[in-house]
Write a protein that binds this ligand. Structure first.
Ligand code: UDP
Length: 341
């Protein structure tokens, strides 16, 4: 890894959908980035284009386990740590719920301690899931949430809530400078085609002329933010010199039903797929929409990409992916550690 004097940014979960876009943004700003990922859901292909960039390195590690010694090396001084690590789609985070919970709790604790040791600013990627199936609408940061602590979503919802608790305890104790982003549904290129989320499912089904699966009657709502807007919000929050009064919602407040989304995608793709209904998953939130007044006031941030433009870009990306699927061959990047270490 490069010299001990360079200030480094660590992006944990940097090979994932959001994490890889965040790495791109940070590199474009001239930062030196080290990505840490266990590749549970992250994809090496998401970072292939950075492989030869001298400002980029990668370490394979699972933050649910003790951190590799290389991350605590005296030669490395991290000025910023983004914790984007954790499977985020219900299908993936429910596949190994114990690991999901431990990633959130033990992983966040290890990284907070690393931030403390480095004097680094720490950004925790939290989630709108901490509001559960909300009783207030839209969701403001001061809403405490309505989460089933024993249901199938709990490993993620409660894990992320516990991670927030740790983060705010570190702030109260003056142990680290911490920012907490509550991320609402986000979509865009590099979403996993198989993660079971509504945007990727509907687009892939429409492009493949398969039935579009709508869970329940499709009247549940979500508010979808394009990935470029979201990572811009994350970088602004990290850069924010003023201690926020709490967590900060990041998401696009334009709310629509899942059925509306499917119909928009059908129109956009010209697909003749049929809409079919499937049972609604347990504890599926009825509606979700961020109140982003805090992000606006604090960061001057508002989403800029319209749903139409964002869906067009996402459909175009999935079209290319489906036309030229990447073959599951050799890893594009070294399995462990970085080029320079
Ligand atoms: N959903 C759907 N069809 C699908 C996948 C998801 O109708 O093929 C619904 C799902 O039940 C939920 C909404 O779309 O109400 C958003 O689901 P997603 O998994 O994308 O995100 P989350 O539930 O985490 O907000």
């Amino acid at each position: 890894m490069r010299n001990g004097k360079t200030k480094l940014v660590m992006v944990v979960g940097g090979a994932g959908f959001l994490g890889s876009h965040l790495c791109d943004l940070l590199i474009s700003e001239g930062k030196q980035v080290i990505c840490v990922d266990n590749f549970q859901t992250g994809q090496r292909d998401n970072l292939r284009h950075l492989q030869r960039d001298p400002r980029f390195d990668m370490i394979e590690a699972d933050i649910a386990e003790p951190l590799p010694a290389s991350l605590s090396s005296e030669r490395l001084h991290f000025s910023e740590i983004y914790n984007m690590a954790c499977a985020a789609s219900p299908r993936h985070y429910q596949a190994d719920p114990e690991h999901t919970m431990l990633t959130c709790v033990l992983g966040t604790r290890s990284l907070l301690r690393l931030a403390e040791a480095n004097g680094a600013r720490f950004l925790q990627a939290s989630t709108s899931e901490i509001y559960g199936d909300p009783e207030t609408h839209p969701q403001r940061e001061d809403y405490w949430g309505h989460v089933n602590p024993t249901g199938p979503r709990a490993c993620y919802d409660e894990g992320k809530r516990a991670a927030e608790t740790l983060a705010f305890d570190f702030i109260r104790a003056g142990r680290a400078e911490v920012r907490v982003a509550r991320i609402f549904n986000t979509y865009g290129p590099r979403m996993c085609a198989d993660d079971g989320r509504v945007v990727s499912n509907v687009i892939c089904q429409a492009l493949a002329s398969e039935d579009i699966t709508i869970y329940g009657d499709g009247s549940q709502t979500r508010s979808f933010c394009y990935v470029d807007d979201l990572v811009d919000g994350l970088a602004r929050l990290m850069a924010c010199g003023t201690e926020p009064p709490g967590a900060v919602n990041l998401g696009n407040p334009v709310e629509l039903t899942v059925l509306d989304l499917a119909e928009r995608v059908l129109t956009l793709t010209g697909s003749r797929s049929r809409i079919v209904h499937r049972p609604l998953p347990v504890d599926d939130p009825r509606r979700r929409r961020p109140d982003i007044s805090r992000a606006k006031a604090l960061l001057g941030w508002v989403p800029r990409v319209s749903l139409q433009a964002g869906l067009e870009a996402t459909v175009a990306w999935f079209r290319r992916e489906m036309a030229h699927p990447v073959l599951p061959t050799q890893p594009a990047l070294p399995a462990t550690a970085s080029r320079a270490d």
